[in-house]
Design a protein. Structure first.
Length: 600
């Protein structure tokens, strides 16, 4: 373990991680800092004493609805107090939380709700119709609706009732009419009988099902135990030697329905008895207001978030110097973004790495100074090796590329309902990440490629097969494949190569509109290129790598035409309209408040 020599002073090499329930972190914080602000949300605050009381009350609500140990409770919520309350209340009963993105399409919700077998769903009001529509295909018995308005300050709620245009616009943004057949979160909480005692759980008991995409296009539920989540929170706590209990303020832009936001932004802060400043979406106005008001000390994020802030002309109008530490994950952190953000904020910005399957954190650069381009070194208690990508029993030499394999108390037990876990673990229990990495002589790791054909756009995982299945259902499409192409703002963006059926008159707009009807926005191809044919192997498999290499060469300005008759050659390209190509290259103005499904 050559990386130990690079550990910051005060970080232990070994540690006896606690084996208690996740809720113990909240109980300890409430006992030590009862009056300290636990949650801040759009002007409203909740102390640790109030948070624990509401958690106990909502646990009573769930118990009254028949939730027992081992049952699944689905949360379809953005960052808001109700998300945190329902999360800990579910775990108080020994039940299992299942996090879902409120921006999911009905097809995505149907699959995940049916797969996990949740009996209760806590859902944002505007998503209720989608949940009710798929309810008949699931085991869901109760749907609890909630609104962002419920946790606004009283004055803000009163202002929303004013009969003026501005109030009407704000009401439309924050609320939605809820159809019959649902229960009301606020009313249930007010009438509930608290359940203050923790249902006995062991470290191995399941706490969370976190869905992550599969290579087949269907997402799978990663089974994370109480021990996984607690140990990972402690790993992050140990790594940040400058953290002070009761003093830290975390800007929670990362969504809690993603493992990165859930652990690094929320659980790690509660372990510190700090304040979690919840933002329901990434919006520069909200971010700057939160920085002005709360003076955050911790700001976990992804590169597009840091770039959007650094690029904003308004950044210099706000004092960012309170931010002590930023941990960037989910995608590679470009050096220019790190330098730009560090210059305007004065914060320490380090890159880390993780996966949904590892709760998620496994690596980070030292807080005392890391190496750009590297994901850093393994966190305390984490064991790593680089193995031959074709033979996982063989470790490759230092400096040679191979598949990154990880073991430790934060590594999950497997995928929910999947008996066949072949290829997930090595024979001696190391998780095979699917990422190709290199470890140098000092124990610093760098990710150099992906074994799996995964696209990461703005920190979100996109599995090509899922998009290709939607494309193939469009009349007029004879053949299609999608790849990730370089994008300065999002890291990668989705590009679709489409072969039209004879006589078809499809346009780029037709393809994009069709995909938008079935896929979450970040999965929809941003660039469409029509071709006469796609490069294939002799057995007919599309040579995706040929397309990827071609796009990389274009981005680097080294692309050369390859005759279609040459081995692996490409068919002539029909270029997309100029205005579309220009739009595809333009950097987005905002990063959607949706995380990171797999890597963190």
């Amino acid at each position: 373990m050559p990386w130990i020599a690079s550990y910051p002073e005060g970080v232990p090499v070994t540690y006896a991680f606690p084996t208690f329930a996740v809720t113990r972190m909240l109980d300890d914080a409430a006992a030590s800092f009862p009056q300290h602000v636990a949650l801040a949300f759009l002007g409203a605050t909740t102390t640790y004493r109030e948070l624990r009381d509401q958690v106990d009350r909502f646990a009573g609500v769930l118990r009254g609805l028949g939730v027992r140990k081992g049952d699944r409770v689905a949360l379809v919520l953005p960052n808001c107090p109700q998300n945190v309350i329902a999360f800990f209340a579910t775990l108080r009963l020994g039940a299992v939380v299942v996090e879902h993105n409120p921006l999911y399409t009905e097809a995505e919700l149907r699959h995940q709700l049916a797969d996990c077998g949740a009996k209760v769903v806590v859902v944002l009001d505007r998503v209720v119709p989608a949940v009710l529509h798929v309810k008949k295909d699931t085991a869901v018995e109760h749907v609890i609706a909630t609104s962002l308005v419920d946790y606004l300050p009283r004055l803000s709620r009163l202002q929303l009732r004013l009969p003026v245009a501005k109030a009407r616009r704000k009401r439309a943004e924050l609320t939605a009419a809820v159809p019959p057949g649902t229960l009301d979160f606020a009313a249930l909480l007010k009438a509930a009988t608290p359940v203050p005692s923790q249902e006995p759980v062991s470290a191995d008991d399941l706490a969370l099902l976190q869905y992550t995409g599969g290579t087949t296009g269907l997402s799978k539920g990663a089974m994370l135990s109480h021990g996984n989540l607690v140990s990972n929170a402690y790993m992050n706590r140990l790594w940040d030697t400058g953290a002070v209990a009761g003093k830290e303020v975390t800007l929670a832009v990362l969504p809690l329905f993603h493992a990165y936001g859930l652990t690094v932004a929320m659980m790690n802060t509660i372990l510190l008895a700090g304040t979690v400043v919840l933002l329901p979406r990434f919006d520069l106005d909200l971010v700057f207001d939160a920085i002005d008001t709360w003076k955050p000390t911790l700001f976990p994020g992804v590169p597009p978030i840091y770039k959007a802030i650094a690029d904003s002309p308004r950044a210099r109008e706000h004092d960012l110097r309170s931010i002590r530490l930023c941990v960037s994950g989910a995608m590679k952190l470009p050096v220019e973004i790190a330098e730009q953000f560090t210059k305007i904020s004065g914060a320490t910005l380090i890159e880390g790495y993780g996966m949904t399957e590892t709760s998620p954190s496994t690596h980070a650069n030292p807080t005392t100074g890391g190496r750009f381009g590297s994901i850093g070194v393994p966190l305390p208690g984490t064991r790593c090796r680089v193995v031959d990508s074709e033979d996982s029993s063989r470790e490759v030499p230092v400096g040679q590329a191979g598949e990154l394999a990880i073991a430790g108390p934060q590594v999950f037990a497997g995928y929910w309902g999947r008996e066949d876990q072949a290829g997930v673990f090595t024979d001696d229990g190391y998780l095979l990440t699917g990422d190709i990495a290199v470890m140098d002589a000092d124990g610093f790791f760098s990710i150099v490629d992906r074994k799996k054909e995964l696209i990461i756009a703005g920190g979100f995982n996109i599995y090509p097969t899922e998009v290709e299945e939607v494309l193939s259902s469009l009349p007029g499409v004879q053949d299609a494949v999608v790849v990730g192409v370089p994008d300065k703002y999002r890291g990668e963006t989705v590009k679709a190569f489409v072969v039209k059926a004879p006589g078809a008159t499809l346009t780029e707009d037709d393809v994009v509109a069709h995909c938008a009807g079935s896929l979450t926005a970040y999965k929809v191809p941003k660039i469409v290129e029509f071709r006469d044919s796609l490069p294939r192997t002799v057995v007919g498999k599309v040579l995706r790598r040929v397309l990827v290499e071609e796009e990389r060469a274009k981005a680097a300005g080294t692309a050369e035409p390859v005759p279609a008759s040459a081995p692996g050659g490409k068919a002539p390209v029909k270029k997309a309209p100029a205005k579309k190509a220009a739009a595809a290259k333009a950097p987005a103005k905002k990063v959607p408040a949706k995380a990171p499904a797999k890597k963190a």
